[in-house]
Ligand binder design. Structure first.
Ligand code: FES
Length: 395
């Protein structure tokens, strides 16, 4: 039985009188949710409008939330309304196998072990009779009608991500402070970039101008790819972006690449340390970690040489305001990125905090020499190597 968001809305929708619902709630045993749901289901099942069972109608699906468990990993997610299983899984931070998202490639096959699905989109991909008999469905074309257990393939790390080449539309170029631009690319609806949070992609313009940049957005929005482009001497790609990319309609995206990804099997507290625009892959990791909601605490430490360098300071503060388990520490020191002693001074308080850094997973991203110095300092203070992941950006 699907979980109902509000019983009174459900009752209104299907024509059960509010009074009847209230008297059923009053007459039931306290806490007897199962009995109440069974009563409601009895009244829903026989009803059909226009030949379609009520439980499958769009208006009814809109008010439901169903729980899905994925085997063999045991990961779980909820499907709201008539969202596809694939959309809901991506939003919850799962890395399920998929391709086109529109029912053409067959890569998002999953076997329904228990529960019922409802097809919401037409698919061109033809499942075999044997697959249909085995309960195989396409996750991009089906939603959950009831709670489900499904078997599906999941990516377990960067090695499971296929290299893709996509021509993406330039949606916008906008300033993030004086020295950084937000490049927003949008992939075609039918050819999205499948990647893990924290990974990078190569971006190429006509004429052989290219750059390798971390994706700054979350894999849960695989169509809208964001990149933080920093202006650097001799960087032709950045110059073009700072010029606004006039006349450029698309950028070739090749990726994903890199192993700066979240260890999803760990439940240790997480500390993110970003230096300057090392914030870009860290942002993607944080958004993914929030979607997964498995880490006990998330602590972001963003180090810049002046406060204007923290070009998304308000976003970080809004995370901190909204989430009990998220802490944000902005740190500024004029020479933090060039002077090892200044960096040590900034990191020192972090090393003395609770939970102890040695009990955390640490994700460190920033310009090359700075990241190497910070890495050395953290390891020197007892952080286990296996709990530190470093993304070194071109400086
Ligand atoms: S992702 Fe291609 S058929 Fe579902």
């Amino acid at each position: 039985m699907p979980r109902l968001l509000t019983l009174s809305r459900a009752a209104r929708l299907v024509g059960i009188r509010r009074g009847a619902l209230q008297s059923r709630i009053r007459s039931g045993e306290p806490g007897d949710a199962a009995g109440l749901l069974a009563w409601l289901q009895q009244r829903l099942e026989p009803v059909a409008q226009g030949g379609q069972p009520l439980l499958e109608q769009e208006s009814f699906l809109r008010i439901m939330t169903a729980h899905v468990q994925v085997k063999p990993s045991g990961r779980e997610f909820f499907v709201d309304g008539s969202d596809s299983l694939l959309e809901a899984a991506l939003r919850a931070g799962l890395s399920l196998d998929y391709g086109c998202s529109i029912g053409s490639c067959g890569k998002c096959k999953a076997r329904v072990v228990s529960g019922q699905v409802h097809r919401t989109h037409h698919s061109d991909y033809a499942l075999t009779a044997a697959e249909k008999n085995a309960g195989v469905v396409l996750m991009c074309c089906n939603t959950a009608l009831t709670d489900l257990v499904i078997e599906a393939r999941e990516a377990h790390g960067a090695a499971d991500m296929p290299l893709q080449t996509i021509d993406a539309r330039v949606k916008s170029v906008s300033p993030l402070g004086d020295n950084v631009r937000l490049l927003h690319l949008q992939t075609p609806r039918t050819n999205r970039l499948r990647f893990l949070a924290g990974q990078s992609a190569s971006l190429s313009l006509a004429g052989g101008i290219s750059a390798s940049l971390p994706v700054a957005s979350c894999p849960c929005d695989d169509r809208n790819l964001q990149f933080h482009v920093r202006r650097r001497a001799g960087d032709a790609f950045a110059e073009r972006v700072f010029g606004g990319l006039p006349g450029v309609e698309s950028v070739r995206v090749e990726g994903p690449r890199g192993t700066f990804v979240l260890n999803e099997d760990s439940h240790r507290p997480i500390v993110f340390i970003a230096g300057e625009s090392g914030f870009a892959p860290v942002k993607s990791l944080i958004e993914h970690a929030m979607a997964l909601d498995t880490a006990e605490t998330l602590h972001l430490c963003w180090i810049t040489s002046d406060r204007h360098g923290r070009y998304l300071d308000n976003l970080c503060r809004s995370w901190s305001d909204a989430l009990d388990n998220f802490r944000y520490t902005p740190l500024t020191a004029k020479d933090a990125l060039s002077d090892e002693h200044a960096l040590q001074g900034l990191l020192q308080p972090l090393l003395q905090e609770q939970p102890r850094l040695a009990d955390c997973d640490v994700y460190l991203a920033g310009p090359g020499p700075w990241a190497s110095a910070a890495e050395f300092h953290l390891l020197d203070h007892g952080l286990p190597r296996a709990q530190l992941l470093v993304d070194t950006l071109e400086s």
